[in-house]
Design a protein around this ligand. Sequence first.
Ligand SMILES: [Zn+2]
Length: 342
Amino acid sequence: MLEQKILNIKIEALKAIKEARTTEQLSDLRVKYLGRKSELNEVLKGLKDMTPEEKKKVGPMANMVKQEIESGFQEAERLFRSKSFNFEAESIDITIPGKEIKQGHLHILSQIQNEIEDIFTSMGFEIADGPEVETEFYNFDALNIPKDHPARDLWDTFWIKSEGKERIALRPHTSPVQVRYMEKHRPPFRIIAPGKCFRNEATDATHEHSFYQFEALVVGEDINVGHFKFIGEQFFSKFFNRDIKIRLRPSFFPFVEPGFEFDISCTVCDGKGCKSCKGGGWLEIGGAGMVNQNVFAAAGYPKNKYQGFAWGFGLERLAMMKYKIDDIRLFHSGDLRFIKQF
Ligand SMILES: [Zn+2]
């Protein structure tokens, strides 16, 4: 039966087209099924010798099959052209190693801050926070810093244009947080206030215009310098993982009375004397003192009812001492060679 033969050609051709994997195979198949010498073409050529009844039956069917095979080829060619049908790309090699996902980590200063917060919270301290853009009152007045103090100068502090009556500045220290905290809390308490500070400073290996400070404040009715010394020794011994001693030297800061500079025993030689401590056995670490009663008064406390100590030190300086970093500018340089070391 001729009709059956035509149907078989169609089935065979469409199957072969589906199985073709390259454009070369496809064009060979085109010659085989639609070419001049193809079976289908022979059928069409023989139409002229058929009876009118046969022609009526076979003619339209053969043409229909020719069209179906043709559109089968077109569909296959379209698929081959589209990138999604790339057999090589489709294959999966499960032995190829996976793509490396680059993982970031906390910046060294964030790590140090977390570490410090952990040590202090383990000693019952609370962590306090305050604004980085601060009013002149909290930056200076409330801290007993006189009107003519050089810190208020344009050359030391970044003042910001303000619409209101009060002058505002980027805080030059974290001490305003002390006052803000005391306004809302009554002693006894112990807090630390880590945060960013800004000073109008020319940068060099030990100075930055933006840096982190760490404020500690402990207030109660009978807090004395002995408490300060004990807390300091505890903290620095934990931070540097060795026994650290503290030395106090008299100094002046407006917000404390008495005030002192404090040094810690050298973290390299434990006080015997080495290059790091220039032979002296001590390293300067920061300023501290017993809170001036005027600061308590500015926060609304009755004078002479409470005593407390406060200190402030630079986070970068601690990181530099712990990891022997010799240039403060590296912290904010964004240099991955530096950042990746920690
Ligand atoms: Zn030393």
